[in-house]
Design a protein around this ligand. Structure first.
Ligand code: SAH
Length: 273
């Protein structure tokens, strides 16, 4: 009989949750660039959104999934990384939801991977706003797939590590001994500016200087460029190629498979022979 008592309470709580006027926020991953890597759920939420708050990494073709009536608000520009401070973005999301709007907070890649999605979700939770999280293809997965670099491979890497290389100064606080391990792939987001430092530290902590490594610019997009080399020569190769953000760094034996597995766009014209 106890369960008979519990059940109606549960139903009352569940049915009392959704009022049609109530605003809500979806933190949505837009994937790494190619609009076709958007999830079906992301496309549907965009179609139904009243407001879309997006980051600079989100391309115009992805935004086209939003209806013409949706207000589009840019929260970050490529030229100035901090164009809208995080607390202002949080406050904006809360305000839009309180106005009763269906808000899509559209973020490059996956919202919970180096995307501050966790902070935004916390702000929404603290403000009592209904929210959901829609995962996206994170750059580590999407960019390497389009570059023909498998993150793991039974012959080369049994683990992979995603880290951020965004450092305030050269005394980077990365766990170098953990990064400099054999038979693993290291993927570094936001590391282009520190590429020389990163390669030098990995060698200083025990990786061989001829360990294959690559930088992929604008992965999954028609403009994708892949520069491969070794920890010893990658910084010079990348500088010579003039790569610019957004770029992903990949270190590990799997990088050599790019020469065999590159399939997207131009063949690897900048490959390390
Ligand atoms: N949340 C995102 C990451 C945001 S941090 C995700 O899950 O992918 C931004 C960094 O991601 C960039 O500096 C770059 O290192 C990487 N990145 C994102 N898109 C990329 C792309 N198309 N090509 C190369 N790197 C990319």
């Amino acid at each position: 009989m106890d369960t008979m008592v519990d059940l109606p309470e549960w139903i009352v709580r569940a049915s009392g949750q959704a009022s049609p006027q109530r605003g809500r926020v979806a933190l949505v991953g837009a994937g790494p660039g190619d609009p076709e890597l958007l999830t079906l759920r992301a496309a549907r939420l965009l179609r139904d959104a009243d407001a879309v708050v997006y980051d600079f990494l989100v391309g115009p073709e992805v935004l086209d999934f939003a209806g013409p009536h949706a207000e589009r608000i840019c929260a970050g520009k490529r030229s100035s990384r901090h164009s809208m401070p995080q607390h202002e973005i949080n406050a904006l999301l809360v305000r839009l939801a309180r106005e009763g709007r269906r808000v899509v907070r559209l973020k490059g890649g996956d919202p919970f991977v180096f995307g501050r999605g966790g902070e935004e979700a916390q702000a929404l939770a603290e403000a009592g706003i209904d929210f959901e999280i829609v995962p996206g293809v994170t750059a580590a997965c999407g960019v390497t797939a389009y570059a023909g670099i498998p993150l793991t491979h039974r012959d080369h890497a049994q683990s992979c590590l995603f880290v951020t290389g965004h450092m305030k100064d050269d005394r980077a606080d990365l766990d170098w001994p953990a990064l400099a391990r054999e038979r693993q792939t290291v993927v570094i987001y936001m590391g282009l500016a520190a590429l020389g430092h990163i390669c030098a530290q990995l060698v200083a902590h025990g990786l061989r200087a001829d360990m294959p490594a690559a930088v992929v610019q604008q992965g999954t997009l028609p403009e994708q460029r892949v520069v491969t080399g070794t920890l010893a020569d990658l910084p010079q190769r990348v500088a010579a190629a003039g790569l610019t953000a957004p770029c992903l760094i990949v270190v590990g034996e799997v990088v050599q498979l790019h020469h065999q597995l590159a399939w997207f766009g131009l063949p690897a014209q900048a490959a390390a022979g």
